[in-house]
Design a binder for this molecule. Structure first.
Ligand SMILES: [Zn+2]
Length: 266
């Protein structure tokens, strides 16, 4: 198996995996989506809420805020010594106290203050509720680790997708250089170089096959490599994108190990 990183930023990573089959690629995708723990607010104590928003709706909005996650310091509640009752090793408290003065105020995720600086809203720009003059909210919220299989709010990824690696080929004997394929390609993969059609940035190809349908002489063929996959992983901000891929690969490895041990014991 070979991995090549194509693009990496603070939010997302694009990489190419070669030498694996589709079941492995999908297992890795699903592990990132459902097995990798992330922090989210799971219990909320509303001490005061004089806004027009119902307590339940406010609690739901708080639950959906992506929180930066520290996988080293926190346990999943079911694995914690407190047996999930909630202790400093499996729970983090955040508080929110805002009172509007004579003007209306929008309460944002940045108004939450956390007892642990490593667990904070991934972005402070998420609006939670609008307060009319003299309305106020006082809230205590408890965040914990959870997995996407429990609730989608615990998913550390906004997007995790893969596609086959496209192979675009042009038969120069059949091509009549009409240029229709160049016009129709939404990703600008094809270009007319003098009198020949050539390909560029083929990894961007979305396999839509519009060029094949447009090409009357049938000179273009699009295939995909069966053992290579292009992954796109976008983080919610809970974990750095490379940590998502690495930790998911470790979780998958452990699960395969358990499955092999079970198979060997039969
Ligand atoms: Zn605990």
């Amino acid at each position: 198996m070979e991995i090549t990183i194509i693009h990496k930023s603070e939010q997302d990573v694009h990489f190419l995996v070669e030498g694996v089959d589709v079941s492995f690629a999908n297992a890795l995708r699903r592990t990132m989506l459902t097995r990798l723990p992330a922090m989210a607010i799971d219990e909320v104590l509303i001490l005061e809420n004089t806004s027009v928003m119902y307590d339940e709706m406010l609690a739901q909005r708080l639950g959906l805020i992506p929180l930066t996650t520290d996988l080293e310091s926190y346990n999943l509640p079911q694995d914690c010594d407190c047996e999930g009752k909630g202790c400093s090793l499996c729970q983090c408290t955040l508080t929110l106290e805002v009172e509007a003065g004579d003007e209306e105020v929008v309460v944002y995720s940045r108004d939450l203050s956390s007892e642990d600086p490593k667990v904070n809203p991934a972005t402070g720009e998420i609006p939670l509720v609008k307060l009319a003059p003299h309305q106020h909210v006082i809230i205590e919220a408890y965040a914990r680790l959870g997995t996407g299989s429990e609730n989608a709010k615990f998913q550390p990824v906004a997007t995790v997708a893969y596609k086959y690696v496209p192979v675009v080929s042009v038969d120069k004997k059949k091509c009549d250089q009409c240029g229709a394929c160049v016009e129709v390609c939404p990703k600008q993969i094809l270009k007319l170089d003098g009198k020949t059609i050539s390909t560029q940035n083929t990894l961007d190809c979305s396999l839509c096959e519009a060029c094949m349908k447009e090409c009357e002489p049938g000179a273009i063929s699009i295939e995909s490599k069966p053992d290579s996959f292009l992954f796109k992983v976008e983080s919610t901000g809970a974990l750095p994108p490379e940590a998502i891929v690495e930790t998911a690969a470790e979780i998958l490895k452990d699960r395969i190990g358990v499955a092999l041990d079970f198979a060997n014991s039969l």
